[in-house]
Structures are given as C-alpha cells and as structure tokens.
Design a protein around this ligand. Sequence first.
Ligand SMILES: [Fe+2]
Length: 202
Amino acid sequence: MQFQAQNIHQNADLMPVLSQKTIEYHYGKHHCGYARTLNALVENTEFAGRTLEEIILQSRGVDQKIFNNAAQLFNHDFYWRCLKIHSERPIGKLRKLVEAQFASFEEFEDQYITYANTMFGSGWSWLVLENGRLAFFNSQNAETPVGTHRSAICVIDLWEHAYYIDYYNDRALYISRIIKECINWKFCESQLDACASYVTLA
Ligand SMILES: [Fe+2]
C-alpha cells in the first residue's frame, strides 16, 4: 500500500490566517515528503502492507526513522482536518465537556493558547481526551497520541514550517489566530464522538 499525504485544503481556503504559500510549502515540501520517505522506508520490510496506525504502533521504540515518518504523516493528515476558517463553535458533546471543565469557551481557548505557548522547540500541541476528560498535551518532534491512552481531538502544528512564512518568529500570534479563528470544531467534535463509546463524559 502506498501512503499519500491527505490535505483537504486548496488555494485560499485558510486565508487570512494561513496563506496559500504556507499551505503549498507545508503540504508539498513537508507533508508529502513524509509520505514519500515512509513509502521508501517500509518497502520490502515487515511494515509493508500495514495500515498507518499499525506502523506507528509497531515502530514506536523499535525503528525511529519509520516511526518519525509514519507519525508525522498521521499528525499532518489530522492537522489539516482540524483547520477551517470561520468555523462555528461546537454545540454538542464537545461544548458540554468544555463547559463542564472550564468557566467558558473563551476561557478554554485562552488556556489552550497559553499551554501551546509553553512548547519548547518543534512539535505539536494537542487537545486530547484522557481518562474521560479533555486535556492539553504537547508532543515533541513527531510524537503522537496514536497508540497511547490519549485520544486526539485537535492539534496545532508547532514546527517552524507551519508558520514562518506568514508569521516569521511570532509563533504566539500564529497559535492565537489558529485557535481563535481557524479550528474546525465540527471535525473535533466528530473525534470526540468516536471516543464516546468507551469513556464516561464528565
Ligand atoms: Fe508540519
């Protein structure tokens, strides 16, 4: 099975938060690169023919190169799905869970922004479901919640290539604008729904 980088966004889909140039470089040079490298690495190995999730699980701690490329492919596929310009805030289960744990939706957004800003170096800032509750989780480099006790609900790419063309070194502004203006809460809610069968909602 040949893996392909999945990006639902084209052209000016995410303007004005992310430019077309950022999407082209991020998707074309970085995201597609992980798919190409992974396909080459797994060819004629025990990982050939496995799903992406299986490869992440089975290569973690065993083959760092394969893990990094598989996890980066998953993380990027997930990241693009988390983005949508002028998305409406959630009204269902996710809203209920946010309001059970935070004073307001604005307070939740502010805490996510503050937490994401604590990330040092390259990586990802996740909203996850952990033990039935929402939690923030920053992962270094390619690390991913796949195959762990955490279920991914939302993610922000914090590698420099995600924001440098549009924001230069102002990562804080990128984080703030993504969370306030560009999260696809409907997609995030669908990820929570997928977990709902085996967790107790607060
Ligand atoms: Fe990236």
